[in-house]
Design a protein around this ligand. Structure first.
Ligand code: MG
Length: 406
């Protein structure tokens, strides 16, 4: 699959109070553009990247861009409005591209998981954007001489705040660009796709994926990058282990999938050892304790709990601490039955619960060769390892200068 990312960096962005366009301002370890660009260039599913720069920019110097990926990067000149810039970039998208993502350079905290989710949704639905459900009550106001007055309260469940990336199949984006060129004005490509008659789906955004607009936003971003650099390292690993007794009359749940079996694991929750080991691995990688601390078995809320729900919570917890999940690898040790047929479904369910791509989740089955309690079929065990990455991981690769084709 060919996925092209367009990074919109042609705006003048002066609301931050600097003469330099905001996307070129340093937020620690590089400019906003640099952080946005490296997030896409380093992503394994991104085939190439087109950066739209202000007209007249000929050379883009980006410390930290892997020279091996420099060939996947092109620069095009922007137009007057954002939609003109994206249209210019679209003209450079190869005909074989399946999906095109558009991202604002001013959102430097975009995560690999968000990129994954947008690609998947764009493939599935044709058009998808990342958006965050409003946490605040939303009021519609009318401007009056005495000041704004509330006209209406909008249910916040129906209000989503658009972020980027926005993703489209090539055909849908072609139609959206054509609508824009016909004279329709819009602030984003999703609005143009709507005008072209397409349904645009919404993918869950991340609160950390902020757009840097004001001087205060810029200060926050610099603080966040600084805090990230002071952390003990850009990547952290954690391990997890779990064991449950097997008894008759209980379902055998593994990775959220019920496996046909004459016995199942005994426990307070659904006793899913694959999920429990994975939870301990990701919590451990972030030094956040273990499953027992977050979901105590004395708490009736977790009685017979679906462990996928616990896994989702654990993933949310580490994400709130500024990490994204790089990958998780689980080994299940079980004498019988064989779990081979359920493995793909388990990977999918665990990946969905963690909000990451399925390719980042591995699950293997082993027997204990008839030895010990596990070997006698009296217990089931699982080991897991997880890699977490700081959202703002710093790259130390050498500087590359990428020359514009024009
Ligand atoms: Mg357990």
């Amino acid at each position: 699959m060919h996925v092209t990312a367009i990074i919109a960096a042609a705006g003048s962005g002066r609301r931050v109070g600097s003469d330099t366009p905001k996307q070129m301002l340093d937020i620690g370890g590089g400019s906003m553009l640099h952080h946005s660009l490296t997030a896409f260039l380093a992503h394994p599913r991104i085939s190439d990247v087109i950066v739209v720069m202000p007209a007249g920019t000929t050379v883009l110097t980006l410390p930290g861009v892997d020279p091996a990926r420099a060939g996947a990067l092109r620069v095009v000149a922007g137009g007057e409005r954002r939609q003109d810039s994206v249209a210019n970039a679209f003209d450079q998208v190869v005909g074989s591209a399946d999906v095109v993502l558009i991202h604002d350079a001013a959102r430097p905290f975009v995560s690999g998981a968000l990129i994954d989710r947008t690609i998947d949704a764009a493939m599935k639905h044709g058009a998808a954007i990342v958006a965050l459900q409003s946490r605040d009550t939303v009021k519609r106001v009318a401007r009056q001489p005495g000041g704004p007055v509330i006209v209406d309260t909008i249910p916040r469940e129906s209000v989503y705040l658009a972020q980027t990336p926005q993703g489209f199949t090539r055909e849908v984006l072609a139609a959206a660009v054509a609508v824009g060129r016909s004279g329709v004005e819009a602030t984003d490509e999703a609005a143009l796709a709507e005008r072209a008659g397409y349904q645009v789906h919404v993918v869950d955004g991340e609160p950390g994926n902020v757009k840097i607009t004001t001087a205060a936003d810029l200060e926050d971003a610099r603080h966040r990058m600084g805090t990230a650099r002071e952390a003990s390292g850009p990547q952290r690993v954690g391990t997890g282990y779990d064991l449950h007794r097997l008894v008759e009359g209980r379902p055998l749940v593994l990775g959220g999938v019920t496996i046909p079996s004459d016995r199942g694991a005994l426990g307070h929750s659904d006793a899913d050892v694959a999920c429990h080991a994975a939870i301990d691995a990701i919590l451990g990688a972030a030094s956040l304790g273990d499953i027992g601390r977050h979901f105590p078995d004395t708490d009736p809320r977790w009685k017979d709990a679906d462990s996928l729900v616990l896994l989702r919570e654990a993933a949310r917890t580490v994400r709130e601490q500024g990490y994204e999940i790089g990958n998780v690898d689980v080994t299940v040790i079980l004498e019988y039955p064989k779990i081979k047929d359920g493995i793909e479904a388990m990977r999918t369910r665990m990946a969905d619960a963690m909000g990451i791509d399925r390719a980042r989740v591995s699950l293997k089955g082993k027997t204990n060769e008839g030895v010990d309690a596990v070997g006698r079929g009296e217990a089931i065990a699982a080991h897991a390892i997880a890699l977490l990455q700081r959202v703002s991981a710093q790259s130390r690769a050498p500087t590359s200068g990428i020359r514009s084709p024009s």
